[in-house]
Design a protein around this ligand. Structure first.
Ligand SMILES: NC(=O)c1ccc[n+]([C@@H]2O[C@H](COP(=O)([O-])OP(=O)(O)OC[C@H]3O[C@@H](n4cnc5c(N)ncnc54)[C@H](O)[C@@H]3O)[C@@H](O)[C@H]2O)c1
Ligand SMILES: C[N+](C)(C)CC=O
Length: 484
């Protein structure tokens, strides 16, 4: 059993900080159920220390030029890439995701964000607006101290996707990882400081929801960026709104993936597998409602069942494994509960449907067919390896059904009809859409949800708007003409 005990629970003001007076947080390796590290929740004193450090650090950081800031972020990206294997192993221990995945999807995605926003840092400018002889200029200012709160499924990526744009714009950050996967963000903080980040600019503290809530309500925090579930998002958004704080909300989904009869079936099956079983289904944007046009439903299901034989469940640290466990026993129980509901409510179990006969929190890749729109598995986010397959007749019908959800994170379509592809995408009520692929999230493209799935966007130049505020300066060239 690998021990993953970090140097300490928190990283504050440029150094690891331990304080064992907070409640313990046990880090459990999902593939075995064994404790691999024990950390401690931040006490009020630790929370205060982190916010004070961030408040002081931000002033120093914002006074540096964009070029200087960008250089440090890009250096951190290089260190992450150099240490990719070590960081990927840690991500695997923290989450249970197969090393085959984490080697290409986690630390590398974090490095992409640091490199991309490091590159943008020197380019951030205001505007000049000529008004006759007078003129206006705008200054793009940082917000101040930003709070980042993470979900458990992509701990390294989330720590970087929030930290990189925030820091590029001259903000500081206090990041609270999920209590379920607390390890990886500490490494991000350590590497940022190794790259030359001034003390206090990126801090990590541990804790459950109450620690997150204390950060959100603290007057020193100007913004909160949350990745989490819709219920948590509602609470955090309300607390931030009470104090008029900026927010980014990256929340859950129940995304549709539509396969038309003219699609390449093999490619569509690949999209459905990628969009349902990567990270064992623990991906926010998964296309968990797969609508297949009636004439090709049998062929689609046949091919899907054949392809499921390729799932290799096993030790996530073995690079041959491509399907890992649920992150925790709680998540496993939630997912098994949904599978039981699917069966009880009359869906047809096509594949999987039970725990694997091995240690850890493994559930077989599961497919339901004959799912109807009113079933629980059709309406609620499951966040596990459970695909629901529906059939449909017409485009008009499937569009209405695809959009009939409170969520709006992502949506996808597989078709070889170019006009239809763009028409369908135009009709989707979702923030991130895919044509003939699924679930790609490069840093250059905005990512985020509409409706209950979120507010704001991460990645791309869009993120800059969510980590800066514009100050308008009117410059008069002639005397003031007062009314009396
Ligand atoms: N849209 C995205 O980019 C994205 C990405 C990954 C995960 N997710 C979503 O995250 C969810 C799974 O993650 P989870 O179970 O960790 O979510 P969660 O909502 O239970 O917790 C998310 C984070 O919020 C914290 N938290 C809980 N209550 C809080 C409160 N009152 N105030 C402040 N912080 C609080 C938790 O400690 C945790 O760090 C799924 O719904 C998934 O779709 C969304
Ligand atoms: C943002 N993404 C899709 C990479 C991971 C979400 O859970």
């Amino acid at each position: 059993m690998q021990n993953a005990q970090p140097n300490a629970s928190h990283f504050i003001n440029g150094a690891y900080v331990e304080d064992t007076s907070g409640a313990p947080i046990e880090c459990i390796y999902p593939a075995t159920g064994k404790v691999i590290a024990t950390l401690h929740e931040a006490t009020p004193a630790i929370i205060d220390q982190a916010l004070s450090a961030a408040h002081a650090g931000q002033k120093i950081w914002a006074a540096m030029t964009g070029t200087e800031r960008g250089r440090i972020l890009r250096r951190a990206a290089d260190i992450i890439r150099d240490r990719n294997r070590e960081l990927s192993i840690l991500e695997t221990l923290d989450t249970g995701k197969p090393l085959q995945e984490t080697l290409v999807a986690d630390a590398t995605s974090g490095a992409d964000a640091l490199e991309y926003f490091g590159g943008l840092a020197a380019t951030l400018t205001g505007e000049h607006i000529q008004l006759g002889q007078d003129w206006v200029y705008t200054i793009r200012e940082p917000l101040g101290v930003c709070v980042g709160i993470g979900a458990w499924n992509y701990p390294t990526q989330i720590a970087c996707w929030k930290g990189a744009p925030a820091l590029a714009c001259g903000n500081s950050m206090v990041f609270k990882p999920s209590e379920t996967t607390p390890l990886c963000a500490l490494k991000v903080a350590e590497i940022l400081h190794e790259a030359g980040l001034p003390a206090g600019v990126y801090n990590v503290i541990q804790g459950r929801g109450a620690v997150g809530a204390s950060l959100v309500t603290d007057p020193r925090a100007a913004k909160v960026s949350l990745t989490g579930s819709v219920p948590t998002g509602r609470k955090v958004y309300a607390a931030a709104a009470e104090r008029m704080k900026h927010v980014t909300m990256e929340l859950g989904g129940k995304s549709p993936l539509i396969v038309f009869e003219d699609a390449d079936i093999d490619n569509a099956v690949s999209g459905a597998i990628l969009g349902n079983f990567y990270s064992s289904g623990q991906v926010c944007s998964n296309g968990t409602r797969v609508f297949v046009q009636k004439d090709i439903k049998a062929a689609f299901l046949k091919r899907l069942k054949e392809r499921l034989q390729g799932a290799v469940m096993g030790d996530p640290l073995d690079e041959a494994t491509n399907f890992g466990p649920m992150v925790s026993v709680d998540q496993m129980d939630i997912v098994l509960g949904y599978i039981n509901k699917g069966t009880d409510e009359g869906a047809t179990l096509v594949a999987g449907g039970k725990m694997a006969d091995r240690d850890g929190f493994f559930i077989e890749p599961t497919v339901f067919a004959d799912v109807t729109d009113d079933m629980t598995i059709a309406r609620e986010e499951i966040f596990g390896p459970v695909m629901a397959v529906f059939d449909f007749d017409t485009e008009e019908e499937v569009m209405a059904r695809a959009n009939d959800t409170e969520f709006g994170l992502a949506a996808g379509v597989f078709t070889n009809d170019l006009t239809r592809a763009h028409r369908v995408v135009a009709g989707f009520e979702a923030g991130t859409c895919y044509i003939n692929t699924y679930n790609l999230a490069p840093v250059e493209a905005p990512f985020g949800g509409s409706k209950a799935s979120g507010v704001g966007r991460e990645n791309s130049k869009e993120a800059i708007n969510h980590y800066t505020e514009v100050k308008t300066v009117y410059v008069a060239m002639t005397p003031v003409e007062a009314q009396f």
